[in-house]
Design a protein around this ligand. Structure first.
Ligand SMILES: Cc1cc2nc3c(=O)[nH]c(=O)nc-3n(C[C@H](O)[C@H](O)[C@H](O)COP(=O)(O)OP(=O)(O)OC[C@H]3O[C@@H](n4cnc5c(N)ncnc54)[C@H](O)[C@@H]3O)c2cc1C
Length: 447
């Protein structure tokens, strides 16, 4: 029997993970990527001895799919344990808290971030937190969806208080999802506690693109190749694309499409209309701007990630100290800070120039890092639209509905971060699931 031929559209982590798994199963795989580089939202660039991530930065110890694949691709040793200290901004002061272990309890008991009364109130979440544990995860969307019942703001009004909402849960969720924290589904809260905070963070040597590059080195990846259409053809599909040598097309046995949700129907018009409606209208996109500040010296703080609630630090949601998270990302003695600007702040200012955005972000950053402007060697601005889908109440139930509508035996599989809780690991899991489904169809369950 000849080996099945598969095209994977997109060389982000979802596409590369799908391609790697399909190749292991015996398929002949080509990845087509529109950009001139791999990685998608995990791409990095190199300049003057710095390695600058253009999108994602923070990984969690719970990213087991990523760790396993990194090991199989021979780059497991690039993953390291960074200091797990998180800063939370309140009134222009950063409260540093250890995120894991006994130290987390000690720091939380001592911190003046919350009043003793609010700290005690947090005990009211205990039962809900324990109940959520078995339901949150990077797959099994229909199981998590039962937790998608209300917003974090409503939950705080019902069970906690405004101080916890504005100075703990708002900043932590806002900092991680880059949209107003209290507007998010309470599912995002349970997911973040179990899958991001309690296990601790995961660092990596050099830029985050090490993962995508390692997978791509083991695959046939064609960059600067924008797929324009996928059409069904019997049991397979025809893929058309614009490559460096002009337009091309090929009939293949299977396809994995990993383009962002709002773009799927443009490329694959035969998509079931109810799926198209969910991807196009029912899930709300968010826009992110990330700015990296390459610094001539390292700031003094211990935190690897500082988060600020909406309006606490002007435009800023997250400040990541990348020289700590990613050893080797800045030359010896120099520093690298990345900031993410709140979706709600940046969307109405999308036409601002890079210079205007940098000036505003620097002004806001100076409130917790006074004098930092004098040490900026250069900056890098990246705009992502759509960057993600907002995990507002109901969004996960929509994703579960999408899961029910999509046929796991289809020769065109969809993968990407919109198939679960948005994260690097979630995308990898979605790519591996698509590969498993497609392999099952192509080999009749014989892989
Ligand atoms: C600014 C930012 C910060 C983030 N921070 C974190 C973080 O700290 N931790 C975390 O876990 N997650 C983070 N995320 C989320 C995480 O980066 C993404 O969920 C994940 O990387 C998405 O991977 P993907 O492969 O699904 O999609 P993408 O990375 O978007 O990959 C899709 C690929 O498809 C290509 N493509 C699109 N159209 C076509 C076409 N027509 N033909 C061919 N190719 C095409 C694109 O160029 C892209 O390379 C962040 C995201 C952003 C934007």
């Amino acid at each position: 029997m000849s080996r099945p031929r598969v095209i994977v559209v997109g060389a982000g982590v979802a596409g590369l993970s799908a391609a790697f798994r399909l190749q292991q199963q015996g398929c002949v795989v080509t990845v087509l990527e529109a950009d001139d580089h791999v990685g998608g939202k995990t791409a990095s660039i190199r300049r003057d001895g710095f390695v600058l991530n253009t999108g994602a930065t923070v990984l969690a110890d719970s990213y087991t799919a990523m760790r396993t694949l990194a090991r199989e691709a021979g780059v497991g040793d690039r993953l390291v344990a960074p200091p797990a200290v998180i800063g939370v901004v309140r009134d222009d002061r950063v409260h540093e808290l250890r995120a894991a272990g006994l130290g987390a309890i000690v720091d939380f008991a001592r911190t003046p971030l919350l009043s003793p009364r609010s700290k005690l109130r947090l005990l009211r979440t205990f039962v809900d937190l324990l109940r959520s544990r078995a339901k949150v995860g990077f797959d099994r969307v229909e199981v998590s969806a039962v937790l998608d019942t209300e917003s974090v703001g409503t939950y705080c009004d019902r069970k906690l208080d405004a101080e916890i909402r504005d100075h703990l849960l708002g900043p932590v969720l806002g900092g991680i999802y880059v949209v107003d924290g209290p507007s998010l589904s309470v599912l995002a809260l349970w997911f973040t506690i179990w899958k991001v905070l309690l296990g601790g963070l995961l660092g990596y040597r050099g830029g985050l693109d090490f993962f995508a590059r390692a997978l791509a080195d083991r695959l046939d990846v064609q960059t600067s190749s924008r797929v324009t259409a996928v059409t069904r053809d019997g049991r397979g599909a025809v893929v058309a694309w614009e490559g460096p040598d002009g337009p091309r097309s090929e009939r293949v046995d299977g396809v994995v499409l990993t383009v962002p949700a709002p773009r799927v129907a443009e490329i694959f018009p035969e998509l079931d209309p109810s799926v198209g409606r969910l991807l196009g209208d029912a899930l709300e996109p968010a826009n992110y701007v990330s700015i990296r500040f390459a610094l001539s010296r390292r700031p003094a703080g211990r935190s690897v990630l500082t988060v600020a609630g909406t309006g606490q630090l002007g435009s800023l949601a997250t400040i990541s100290y990348e020289h700590q998270l990613s050893p080797g990302s800045a030359p010896e003695g120099k520093g690298l800070i990345g900031v993410l600007l709140y979706h709600e702040w940046v969307t109405p200012r999308w036409d601002w120039t890079d210079e205007e955005l940098v000036a505003q972000a620097l002004n806001d950053l100076e409130r917790i890092e006074p004098g930092i402007g004098e040490h900026v060697e250069f900056t890098q601005v990246d705009r992502w639209s759509p960057a993600a889908l907002r995990a507002v109440p109901g969004s996960h139930r929509t994703i579960a509905e999408l899961d029910r509508l999509l046929d796991p035996a289809d020769s065109v599989q969809l993968a990407g971060d919109y198939r679960g809780m948005q994260s690097v690991n979630g995308s990898i899991v979605s790519g591996e699931t698509a590969a498993r489904n497609l392999g099952w169809t192509l080999f009749g369950g014989r892989t």
